[in-house]
Design a protein around this ligand. Structure first.
Ligand SMILES: [Zn+2]
Ligand SMILES: [Zn+2]
Length: 268
């Protein structure tokens, strides 16, 4: 059992697809012996969900702040959010970023925009892996590179996200992944190990160990671990596996954020 377990990617019922109150999440985390967690509710900038995110984010951050006070002797509670597709509406993204005092921002890409307005999981090509998948994956990594250049986040979310829906031969995208990781490292940003793939049938974290090792070899130091829980029973799920991976990849420290600043704690 690790003593410094942080789950830095959790959705509460302030996310459109979340199901649990922040307080229940924190209670569960204390029971599990976690040292801390980040509430990172969704704001999807392309707007296809037709939701207004401002009140959700305000409530999420207020809930997290209240929980930080309530659980202050037991748990570090981080006020974050997951900024989805900011380049698809940068005005909205910047407005959301200025809305509250956040501790931590995950920058993510869940859909490519343009013709399709939906998440990867609804894409027809995912049902037929030979149809256009390569082209869209090239597009996906180009968009991640653009997102890294844009910045305005702390850690990039699940950098192998389409693996949830399509088999990927990563050797075909290594040039882009190399470029992406170098930009993030140079600009003082990080990546996460998203453990949700381990419970969703993908059977691997996002990214998987080879890429975590590669990031380390390039000089990457900032890495958070998150379950991406949307249900209470997934809080803290496989965060210890993420710690095993960090140790295996040669990391001596794991990261969490407060006030938009990375804190490094020993993998122990
Ligand atoms: Zn996400
Ligand atoms: Zn998420």
């Amino acid at each position: 059992m690790y003593k410094n377990l942080f789950d830095c990617h959790i959705h509460s019922d302030n996310s459109h697809d979340g199901h649990t109150s922040v307080e229940d999440i924190c209670r569960r985390a204390v029971e599990m012996g976690l040292a801390g967690l980040a509430i990172t509710d969704h704001a999807e900038c392309q707007g296809y969900l037709d939701l207004v995110y401002q009140p959700r984010l305000l409530k999420s951050v207020a809930d997290a702040a209240a929980a930080a006070e309530k659980f202050k002797n037991q748990l570090t509670v981080i006020r974050g959010f997951e900024l989805g597709q900011p380049l698809q509406d940068t005005d909205l993204a910047l407005e959301l970023l200025g809305l509250c005092d956040y501790d931590f921002i995950i920058g993510s890409l869940h859909g490519l925009g343009g013709k399709t307005k939906e998440d990867f999981e609804y894409w027809a090509f995912m049902e037929d892996p030979n149809h256009n998948a390569h082209e869209k994956l090239v597009d996906y990594y180009n968009q991640l590179i653009d997102l890294a250049h844009w910045g305005n986040f702390d850690v990039m979310g699940h950098i192998t996200y389409p693996v949830r829906h399509v088999k990927i031969d990563f050797s075909r995208y290594m040039e882009q992944i190399d470029q992406l990781l170098r930009i993030l490292i140079q600009d003082g940003r990080g990546i996460e190990i998203n453990t949700s793939g381990l419970r969703q049938g993908v059977g691997m974290t996002m990214p998987h160990l080879d890429l975590v090792r590669y990031y380390r070899q390039l000089g990457g130091e900032i890495i958070t671990i998150g379950s991406d829980a949307h249900y209470l029973e997934h809080v803290g799920h496989s965060v210890d596996v993420g710690m095993d991976m960090l140790a295996a990849a040669g990391f001596r420290y794991v990261t969490y954020y407060q006030n938009r600043k990375p804190h490094f704690i020993k993998v122990e």
